[in-house]
Design a protein around this ligand. Structure first.
Ligand code: GDP
Length: 328
């Protein structure tokens, strides 16, 4: 039975990946930080097959102990301070966890013996936020980085250190440059889920308005369930490499809002939406659109869920959750 060790197990991608690997017959270990982590209870209930392992990306010895205890074949580093807006307020913490955390994990793999025999395969969750103020459109594996947030800067460090360790120590280390990926498990702080949840609540009469920041941006949004397959595929290749994972389509903030309201039959959505400066960021990423040709050609990866189906899935899920709270 192959063994996978996942950081960020309580997050959206950790849950999708754990489910996917379990389906493939893996033994799945999930790193959980902190004492009495409240999200662990939910993970235990929903995913009883995940074996929780204590550890923290800020603490190298804890990573070494976790790898010694679990002896994984594959390590997926999905753990991070992942919310761009928060990274402006907690820039040092973001650099430490999202950036240096990658270095610590690579070192931990080398220390428990992965480097000598190239045994442990490593996946790093790189991000389209590294492209930031984009230098070319669409963005590929060769597009230069120009991050626009402390989060983006930390991800660039993580990405570059993976390349450096691969070249320096012959490690099987890959980075997936994943464009925004969403779904019913997305945190409420991200714009897609904030919108779909508000739309459901407005429809049910639980909320009167939706307050957002800048809507004049474009994103290449895909479904998280599709994207975790690309992570796994990268680690099954003969040689390690980096891949853009994206849909190749882009949609504006306004498209998202319009489509989500339309899903519940509301066409005059402007009536419910207000913009507030507090949700604007000090620097914005205006346009992201990825070119997934390499992932298609080399990994055989294809997205299955398109943007309208993704929005539909998320609105329907939020309607179900919010209706259940009302006892309907
Ligand atoms: P990101 O691409 O990783 O930053 O993903 P987010 O979902 O957090 O944000 C996507 C875009 O939505 C950014 O350009 C934000 O500025 C914009 N946005 C506008 N209003 C909001 C809001 O209320 N919350 C969030 N999270 N983003 C917003």
């Amino acid at each position: 039975m192959p063994r996978a060790f996942i950081t960020g197990i309580t997050g959206q991608d950790g849950q999708h990946l754990a489910e996917f690997l379990h389906g493939k017959g893996y033994e799945v270990f999930g790193m959980v930080k902190g004492q009495n982590n409240p999200r662990l209870t939910q993970i235990r209930e929903e995913f009883p097959f995940i074996e929780p392992v204590p550890g923290d990306l800020a603490d190298l010895p804890s990573l070494v102990k976790a790898l010694e205890a679990t002896q994984p074949d594959e390590v997926y580093n999905l753990g991070a301070i992942s919310f761009v807006a928060l990274s402006f307020n907690q820039a040092e913490l973001t650099a430490n966890i999202t950036g240096l955390g990658v270095l610590r994990m690579l070192e931990a793999i080398r220390m428990v013996g992965g480097a000598q025999n190239n045994k442990i395969r490593f996946y790093q969750a790189s991000s389209s936020e590294m492209f930031g103020k984009v230098r070319e459109t669409p963005q590929t594996e060769r597009t230069p980085f120009h991050p626009r947030s402390p989060y983006g800067c930390a991800k660039v460090f993580g990405h570059d250190i993976v390349v450096n360790y691969r070249e320096s120590y012959d490690m099987f280390a890959c980075s997936g440059i994943l464009f925004n990926h969403e779904g019913p498990r997305r945190g409420m702080e991200f714009v897609t889920r904030k919108v779909t949840n508000a739309v459901a609540r407005i429809k049910l009469g639980l909320q009167e308005e939706l307050v957002l920041g800048n809507l004049d941006f474009k994103r290449d949004w895909g479904y998280a369930g599709d994207y975790v397959k690309a992570m796994w595929l990268m680690l099954q290749q003969d040689a390690p490499d980096d891949y853009v994972v994206a849909t190749g389509e882009t949609h504006s903030g306004q498209d998202l809002v319009e489509l989500a309201f339309a899903q519940v039959g509301i066409t005059d959505w402007q009536q419910y939406v207000r913009q507030d400066k507090k949700f604007f960021r000090p620097a914005e990423v205006d346009l992201l659109i990825g070119d997934p040709t390499k992932a298609h050609d080399k990994l055989g990866w294809e997205r299955e869920v398109d943007f309208p189906s993704l929005v539909k899935m998320m609105v329907e899920n939020d309607l179900k959750i919010e209706s259940a709270k009302l006892g309907r």
